[in-house]
Design a protein around this ligand. Structure first.
Ligand SMILES: [Ca+2]
Length: 315
């Protein structure tokens, strides 16, 4: 089983990603860290505990991380995740407590515990990963891989059609903390980034017959996810809003779920119209060959993804 740590900001789609990781027999979730993003870190921490408790995952530590981006204030997220941040699904308040450790310290601790083995899965702004890099610059040598939901790389029209940052060209997670994303991209970590090109592609949406199967299931987590779909569709969004973060977990469960293309890319931190844009140099111009190279998702096997998610939920 692949050892993973999930850094997240639940959030509707983060909650499904946690459930998927806990139900998969391909990954071994060792720890969860939380960050401000979709909601303030106090809320994302409570929600992470809520989901872990629903799933009976009592022995996996959940540690609260960065309350703010590295140098900026936290922007207001225009996409509502509901009053509780979990689609108004009314799950009980968690009884268990957070681990008594700062999120970035837990990331460093886990990387040292499993050198060369640990995959980091980042589903929110990269503030905690950046802080972990500041605390331990050797982290890129210890971590196997970082798989993150972040960026819009321009592989297709969907990269910008549903741009989630507060401008026409950026994705929300990178938009919130562009300095952190820049630091992470430039750190030497082995990175697979799943951007909007794939995450908001219309083929990712749940087919209605699958939502019906979830609704009729005796598994509380399957019914919970069907309620999330009802919540986002009731507000006029498509069901991909529930699924985005699970792409990163599925890409670790089965790497063939996403196709990647190696890109030379850096993050815009100075722009006003373009804050958080992940700018790729497709020319490979010699003046820009200092930019970092990462693997960005350029396509996905959406059928395989859907099977992984649905079969896990119905198991
Ligand atoms: Ca997220």
């Amino acid at each position: 089983m692949k050892k993973i740590l999930i850094d997240c900001d639940p959030g509707i789609d983060d909650s499904l990603a946690l459930i998927l990781a806990l139900k998969s027999d391909q990954v071994d979730l060792r720890a969860v860290t939380t960050v401000s993003g979709n909601l303030h870190v106090d809320d994302t921490s409570r929600n992470a505990l809520t989901i872990m408790e629903m799933m009976g995952a009592d022995s996996i530590p959940v540690a609260k991380g960065m309350a703010k981006p590295l140098v900026r204030d936290i922007p207001f997220d225009p996409f509502s995740h509901g009053k509780d941040g979990l689609g108004n699904t009314g799950l009980p308040q968690p009884k268990r407590s957070l681990a008594p450790v700062f999120g970035p310290d837990l990331i460093v601790e886990q990387a040292n515990l499993y050198p060369g083995e640990l995959t980091l899965i980042a589903l929110g702004p990269l503030s905690n990963i950046a802080m972990a890099l500041l605390k331990d610059p050797e982290l890129p040598k210890k971590v196997k891989e970082l798989v993150c939901i972040g960026g819009a790389f321009g592989f297709n029209e969907y990269a910008y059609k549903h741009a989630t940052g507060d401008n026409p060209v950026s994705e929300w997670n990178v938009y919130v903390d562009p300095e952190a994303a820049k630091m992470v991209f430039n750190s030497g970590l082995s990175i697979r980034a799943v951007g909007l090109d794939v995450a908001t592609h219309p083929d990712i949406n749940f087919p209605q017959e699958q939502v019906d199967l979830l609704r009729q299931s005796s598994n509380q987590e399957a019914v919970y996810v069907s309620k999330l779909v009802d919540f986002v569709e009731g507000r006029g969004f498509q069901s991909y809003c529930v699924l985005i973060d699970s792409l990163a977990v599925a890409a670790v469960i089965d790497p063939s779920v996403i196709e990647t293309t190696s890109v030379r890319v850096d993050v815009e931190t100075a722009g006003t119209l373009t804050r958080g844009q992940t700018v790729c140099d497709t020319r490979n111009h010699f003046r820009w060959d200092h930019l970092p190279v990462i693997d960005a998702a350029s396509g996905a096997d959406f059928r395989k993804f859907s099977e992984i998610v649905t079969s896990a939920l119905l198991k």
